[in-house]
Design a protein around this ligand. Sequence first.
Ligand SMILES: [Zn+2]
Length: 316
Amino acid sequence: MASCVLAFDFGGTRARCALVGRDGSRLALEVRDRPAEADGRGWLERMIQAARELRAAHPEHAPLAIGVSFGGPVGTDGRIHSMHVSGWEHVDLAGMVSSEFSLPCAVDNDANLGAYGEYRYAPDVRGRDLAYFTVSTGVGGGFVWKGKPFRGAHGLAAEFGHIPVCPDDPSAPVCACGKRGCVESLASGRAIELAGREALKAAEREAAEGFNAGDVFAAAVRGEAWARPVRDRAVGALAWGVASILCVLDLPLVVLGGGVTQAGEALFEPLRARIEGYLPLVLRGRAEVRPAALGQFSPLLGAAALAWDRLDAEHG
Ligand SMILES: [Zn+2]
C-alpha cells in the first residue's frame, strides 16, 4: 500500500480534494463546484463526503495526514476567519477535518500555499525562495522565505492585493477592503472587466457575451484604442505590487497564477517591462517573473506539502 496525504483546496466557488504522493504526484482528484445553496458547513460536509469516496475508490493509497488550502484569512491559531460564504466565521477547520478522518491536519491560506506548492513542486524552482501572486476575481499573495511560507505576526502577511497604489486618488475604484486604489481594486479580473466595460461604453461599443479581463488583453495586443489604457492601468498596478515586494525582499523569483494570467504574454510582456521601470537600477534584471508552473493546482499541492511537513514534524 502506497503512502500519501489528503489535500483540500477551498476556493471561492470551487473546491478540490486529492490524494498526493510525497513527490507531488496527484494520485486521484475530485473537483466540485460549491452548490449555490450551501453555506460553509454544508460545503465542507460535501467535500468530506467527496474525500471519503476518493479513499474508497483508491484503497491502494493510504493517507497519513491532511493539508487544507483555504481561500480566506487563516489566523495563527489555525482558525479560518471569513470568506464570501456564510458559516465560515472563526471556524476550527483543521480540527473539524482532523476529527472526521482521525488524521493530523494543517490549514493555511490559499495564496501562502500557492507559493509553497510552487516552491516544493514546480520543476525549475531549485530551492529558490519566491513570491506568488494570484490574480483572479481578487488579488492574493504569498511568499516563501528560507524555505517556508512566511505568515507574519497575525497570519496576515503578504496581502499583496491591498498594497496601496493610489489610495488618495478620488477617481480610483474602492477596494473590497474599504480603501481606494489598492492593487486588487485596479488589477483584479473583476476590476479589469469593469474598467473594460466602461471603456467600451465610452467608445460607444458593446461588450461581447461573456466579456472578461482576457478580452481586454487580447484587444490591447490588437491595438484597439479603448483597451490599451485599461490594460496599462491594471498592468501598472500589478507591476507596482511586484516591484514593492522585490524592493523589500530581493527575491529571485516571482510567480503569478490565477485566471487573469491565462492572458499569457499579452500580460507578462508589458508586466515585465513595467516592473523593470519601477525598480531601482541595482535590482533590475535580477528576478525572474513567470506564470505558475502548477497552474490552478499550486494551492492544492501546497496543502499536500504542508501535510507532509506536519507528518515529518510528528515523526521527528
Ligand atoms: Zn484593498
